[in-house]
Structures are given as C-alpha cells and as structure tokens.
Write a protein that binds this ligand. Structure first.
Ligand SMILES: [Zn+2]
Length: 417
C-alpha cells in the first residue's frame, strides 16, 4: 500500500511537472506579441528624467535613461540649436520638461523624428560648444545617464565645431508616406489629403489641461477620414497617421504626389490671448488678414525650425516657392471651399469672429492644389480644449466637414467624373 501511495504521488508530481514543462515550452515557442507586454520593454529605451545644471560659462544637460544609447550631435544657426540624434527613445518625462532651460540652454524639445529615430533639440541662448559628452551605464539600480557639458564659444566657431544634422531621418519619414499613393493615379474619385499638423518632436500647442495639439488633430483626422470613406465618393489619404514629424514642405510634396484635389491641414493652436476661441478656416494670402492670423502663421511656419530640420538640405525648394506663384484658379477654389466649410460650421460648432481668415502658411503654398488650414479651436482656451476632447463635439465638427466637402465636390461628382 505504501509503495502504491508513493507511486501515486510520484505520478501526480510527474504529471504536474509535465504540465509545467509544457507550459514553459509553450511560452517559449509562442510568437512574440502573444506573450505578456514585458518583452517589449526589455529592448526599448525609456527617458525618465532630465535636468540642467551649471552657469553661463559651463552648462550641463543630463537625461536619465533605462539603458545606454549612442547619439550624435549636430547644430544649426538662426536660431542657434544643438541637435542630438539617437535610436528610438520613449520619452516618459515629467510634464513641462524642456519648457524652462537654464544658462546656455534656453529650452529643449524631444520626440520621434522618424521610425526608430528620436531627437532632442536644444535651443541655445548663445553659441556653445560641447566640451564633454558621455553616457554612464546603469549601475546599482541607478539609471543610465547621458551627460553633455556645454561651454561658451564664439559665433564663428559654433557651426565649425559641429556637423550639420543628418537629413536622412526626415527623408525616411517622407518616403514611407510617399509609398501610400498606390492606386491614387488611377482613382477617378476626388482625392482628399488630410494633413494632421505637427507630430513627433513637434508637439504643436499644449493645452491648459496638457492636451497635445499633435495628438488631438491626429485623432480628429482619423475620425474625418473614416466618415469620408463611408461616403464612398472619395479617396482619402493622410500625410501622417501616427506620431511622427514631417517637415512642412514635405507635407505639400506628399499631397501633390498623391494628386490631391483638396488638401486640408488640421490644427488646434494656441493664442496669446486666452479669450480667443472658436474654429477658424484659413486660406493662403501674402498679407495676413489680421494680427492673430499673422502670429499663427509665423508659429506654424516655425515647425521645421523647432524640429531641428535643416531647411537648406531639403529636397524640394518648396520653402522658396513664392506666394504670388499661387495660381488664381487654385486660390479661388481654396476660397470657395473655405467659405463652404465656414457655412457648414456655422450651424455645428462655435466659430471665432470673422471665421475665414488668411495668412502666409507654408503648408498652403501649393500653386496647383486647393488647400485650406482649419484651426478646430484654441488649446489656450479652456472651453475649446474641453470641446476638442469631447466625442460629441468631434462628431459634429467632422460631420460638418463631410457636408462641406460634399458641397465642394458636388458639381464634379454630378458630371460623373
Ligand atoms: Zn498647429
């Protein structure tokens, strides 16, 4: 009996061990992604904290990382910027990191610049060279640290000390978008390109309650795309459908390559006057319609500067296209659509006073493609910020845009084109 007992116990133990073994084997052979989210974090690099110490003669920039990374430094003048490029990093930094600099570093930004590539752009308060830079590996539970010491230098030496930033990441981002026009040229449906503003390292405006413009406009663009596709009458494409940076000139180039019949750039910026609120529709003009429009265009046009993109290395020359090249016909179509959109918005959402405005937005400078820029609202205004994240408001605004697009293309669709 005793032997039988032992044998039974052994059988149970063996069976249990076998089940455990099978489970382990299974875990090892199951495809990645089926497993728990743990493995992904083993390979990703996370930035958790950053600080700046020192004085105007020597300023130290330190960023804590979950693992060591390699990085390259480059620089651009006007304004003076130092650009740090590195493999993809997830920036899990406290809110408002980068807003307040110190000594030689005025402020700084961070984010994805292209798939697999992250960038930190430091706005310098004056010309500075890197005296020392190193990465300390993680030890005893301490994070890895990327440390850069800046010292003052002369203006002449500033650019001589650094290479120019690599243009490759920017080109890669655009190339991926360029691959989307498959079938676009054979489509007989009107082609609409939605351009969610900002992205990646360029956050756009940050709301009173920390809503990011780049996120809120992407979400809206996706909703609008889905609604337009449901109509079945258009081909709808986007300049970006994830959190990546795309230079302004590239956005125009992408839309033109796709053969867009209408480009809608979507934003939700901030204004220095916190009472400013309501949706605004912008068309291109050489002279801004008013002070708010002028300030907004200036801010929007600085996207590439903020991201540390080297304009002179740009592939297109779009940056140099003069406003007066815009053909009259394109301009009148842009204005027609802007007016149509305003009239649809009137019954759906709150509009700013004089909701059709104009200014010299670079993203509207295609001379052969009707283009408008819509500011859904102002993140500097708390009421607008609340609306922009509300599903009900987004539905109403997107439906109004769908209606305006239908009205705009109706004559063409009626001809069976
Ligand atoms: Zn914007």
């Amino acid at each position: 009996m005793r032997l039988k007992d032992i044998s039974a116990k052994l059988t149970v133990a063996f069976a249990a061990a076998f089940v455990l073994f099978c489970a382990m084997a299974n875990a090892e052979t199951s495809p990645p992604g089926d497993a728990s989210p743990e493995p992904a974090s083993k390979t990703e690099v996370v930035a958790t904290y950053a600080r700046i110490t020192g004085d105007g003669d020597r300023t130290r920039f330190i960023i804590d990382l979950s693992r060591s990374v390699t990085f390259t430094a480059s620089a651009l003048a006007n304004p003076d910027r130092v650009i740090l490029d590195m493999p993809e990093v997830r920036f899990d930094l406290p809110p408002k990191s980068g807003e307040a600099g110190r000594s030689l570093v005025k402020e700084w930004r961070y984010g994805l610049i292209a798939p697999g590539k992250s960038r930190i752009v430091l706005d310098m308060s004056g010309p500075a060279r890197i005296d020392k830079s190193f990465v300390l590996p993680p030890v005893d539970g301490q994070p890895a640290r990327l440390v850069i010491d800046f010292v003052k230098t002369t203006r002449d030496k500033f650019l001589a000390d650094y290479p120019r930033p690599d243009a490759v990441p920017v080109d890669e981002a655009a190339t991926k978008s360029d691959q989307k026009p498959v079938g676009a040229t054979v489509s007989t449906k009107p082609i609409i390109v939605l351009d969610p503003g900002h992205g990646g390292i360029d956050t756009g405006a940050i709301g009173v309650d920390s809503v990011y413009e780049k996120a809120v406009v992407l979400q809206f663009a996706k909703l609008l795309k889905a609604k337009l596709e449901k109509e079945g009458a258009y081909k709808v494409l986007m300049t970006r459908d994830d959190d990546r940076f795309i230079p302004l000139g590239k956005r125009v180039e992408i839309a033109r390559k796709l053969g867009a019949n209408l480009l809608i750039s979507i934003h939700a910026d901030s204004a220095p006057q916190h009472y400013v609120r309501g949706a605004t529709v912008y068309t291109l003009s050489e002279r801004a319609s008013d002070a708010i429009a002028a300030a907004l265009a200036k801010h929007e046009n600085s996207s590439d500067v903020l991201a540390g993109a080297d304009l002179e290395d740009g592939p297109d020359g779009v940056a140099d296209i003069l406003i007066d090249l815009a053909r009259r016909e394109t301009k009148s179509f842009s204005i027609l659509f802007a007016r149509t959109l305003v009239s649809e918005f009137e019954s759906a959402v709150k509009l700013i006073k004089n909701p059709w405005r104009s200014a010299g937005f670079r993203v509207l400078k295609a001379y052969d493609m009707p283009s408008i820029l819509v500011e859904l609202g102002y993140l500097s205004n708390k009421h607008d910020e609340n609306l922009l994240v509300s599903d009900a408001w987004r539905e109403r605004a997107a439906d109004a845009m769908v209606a305006s697009i239908a009205r705009f293309f109706r004559p063409r669709l009626a001809q069976g084109q």
